[in-house]
Design a protein around this ligand. Structure first.
Ligand code: FMN
Ligand code: SF4
Length: 475
């Protein structure tokens, strides 16, 4: 049991006050480039009146023709989102406008809109900042999406361990309801949209969209077989569209300024800005919003560069899109721009935009051991390759790290990863396998050196060798 002592409380308060005072670890530090979602935030101006001062709810008024304009039809809203090349910020980068067009708008029964605020990918901490400091951007974005797809009920599924953020979002919802931006006959129009917050359960797998739907229905959060996809069989078996928090928060800007303007903020096929959660060995970890296509070197500079560079530390590698995206060595990363296409071309994924920076002191074997432990721990256990394979990966990497590796272990690791990837119900299996393959591809020599050196040390000490072979049999 952990006992909270006055000293521990003081230390926690000191860390927290530093966090709030500098804003560096969060998003109100002013080190963004052309921000759209995080613009002008100071940590306190999250309320409805502040949001409206920043132009909030103008987009909703625009589509409902409440400002003297002609309004936008649902098809026109979808066309703007498509023109802006907004791609889903939850990980896969799927085109949002296209996803919205899959919703069977004329379906006679209830349809649902769901926001995925589960945000469990290690390294990712942007959605909680959006909900904490700019919650109305998500509410307005969801209302616009609901209008575009003819949906009258929505839920925001919020990660279970960020209760203060959940409460903040509830408060913002209440403000929006009272002001007539949510509910029945919104702002006097014929558009109805009821939006509710739902408290998640804190498991990584609940971020997978079908596991999220199960969890939202009150069941165990385990992914469903697909097809059918949520667009035809979603929440309570009804047509459902799910998008990430940041995806929804980007929508009001697109409608206010037009899809073309949004596209021009980024680069072709990668419209607008993206929020990156930069962590690891940098001087100023935090959330940074920059245009799609910004060079990685510029993002690193915004985050203060590699930590202790003056003391000789250099960039070794970067995990560019959250723990499930393949690691890239510094030499490749420094030539990348931060957008879906550039990172994919380099052999990784932009994913959720969690940029984990590793300096030259980082041991790749240890890093992979941690990553593998995470995926083993978070596997929901439904499919054998993932349930068993993630454990194999972790035990294999552990034995290399602990000096009990064997010469064939690299090939064995690759083969276990091969037998997981593409053979599971959901993409958690791929997420566990891909980092392993990338680590071996780029840093094989480091793994092999550890195996060779520890075997040499063990041979020099027969007792050590005996222990090594006994423990190896338990793998
Ligand atoms: C294991 C796993 C965890 C995921 N976690 C999240 C998450 O926390 N937040 C999120 O938005 N998407 C997450 N996703 C992706 C969702 O399944 C889904 O693709 C996304 O919410 C769609 O939104 P978008 O189109 O706006 O990106 C996860 C996927 C997998 C396989
Ligand atoms: S891949 Fe893993 S997490 Fe996904 S359904 Fe299968 S066992 Fe569960």
């Amino acid at each position: 049991m952990t006992v909270s002592t006055p000293t521990a409380n003081k230390a926690a308060a000191r860390v927290l006050s530093q966090f709030v005072a500098t804003g560096v670890q969060t998003c109100f530090h002013g080190r963004h480039i052309n921000p759209q979602i995080l613009a002008d935030l100071d940590g306190n101006n999250w309320r409805l009146k502040d949001y409206q001062q920043r132009g909030g709810y103008e987009a909703l008024r625009k589509i409902l023709a409440l400002d003297g304009g002609a309004g936008l039809t649902p098809d026109q809203v979808i066309a703007e989102v498509k023109a802006g090349s907004l791609r889903g910020r939850g990980g896969a980068g799927f085109p949002t406008g296209l996803k919205w067009s899959f919703m069977p708008r004329q379906f006679p029964g209830q349809k649902y809109l769901v926001c995925n605020s589960d945000e469990g990918e290690p390294g990712t901490c942007k959605d909680r900042d959006i909900m904490q400091y700019n919650p109305h951007s998500v509410i307005e974005g969801m209302a616009i999406a609901a209008y575009a797809m003819g949906i009258s009920v929505g839920y925001n599924y919020i990660h279970g361990e960020i209760f203060a953020t959940y409460q903040r979002f509830e408060e913002a919802l209440e403000e929006a309801r009272t002001a007539g931006f949510l509910g029945t006959a919104i702002l006097g129009s014929s558009f109805n949209f009821q939006l509710h917050a739902s408290h998640g359960f804190g498991a990584y797998i609940c971020g997978e969209e079908t596991a999220l739907l199960e969890s939202l229905e009150g069941k165990k959060g385990q992914p469903r077989f697909k097809p059918p996809f949520p667009a035809s069989f979603g929440l309570y078996g009804k047509p459902t569209t799910i998008n990430n928090t940041e995806t929804f928060a980007a929508v009001p800007w697109i409608i206010r300024h037009g899809g073309q303007a949004y596209l021009e903020c980024g680069k072709p096929n990668n419209g607008g800005t993206k929020i990156y959660s930069v962590s690891g060995d940098v001087e100023l970890p935090g959330n940074y919003e920059v245009p799609m296509g910004t060079p990685f070197s510029r993002l690193l500079e915004l985050a203060g560069g590699v930590r202790n560079a003056k003391q000789g530390r250099t960039l070794k590698a970067v995990i560019p899109g959250g723990s499930s995206s393949p690691v890239l060595p510094a030499s490749i990363m420094m030539n990348c721009t931060m957008d879906y296409d550039s990172i994919a071309k380099a052999g990784s994924m932009l994913g959720s935009g969690a940029v984990i920076v590793m300096d030259d002191t980082r041991c790749m074997v240890e890093s992979l051991k941690r990553l593998s432990y995470f995926y083993m721990h978070e596997s929901c256990g439904q499919c054998t390759p993932c349930r068993e394979g993630t454990g194999w990966l972790w035990r294999l990497v552990s034995r290399v790290h602990e000096g009990r590796g064997k010469p064939g272990d690299m090939d064995l690791l690759n083969s276990v990863a091969d037998n997981i990837q593409g053979r599971t119900i959901c993409a958690l299996g791929d997420a566990a396998a891909m980092p392993v393959r990338a680590m071996i591809k780029h840093f094989r020599a480091e793994f092999e050196a550890m195996i060779t050196n520890s075997r040499a040390a063990a041979t020099a000490s027969p007792a050590g060798m005996r222990m090594a072979s006994t423990e190896a049999r338990s793998i």
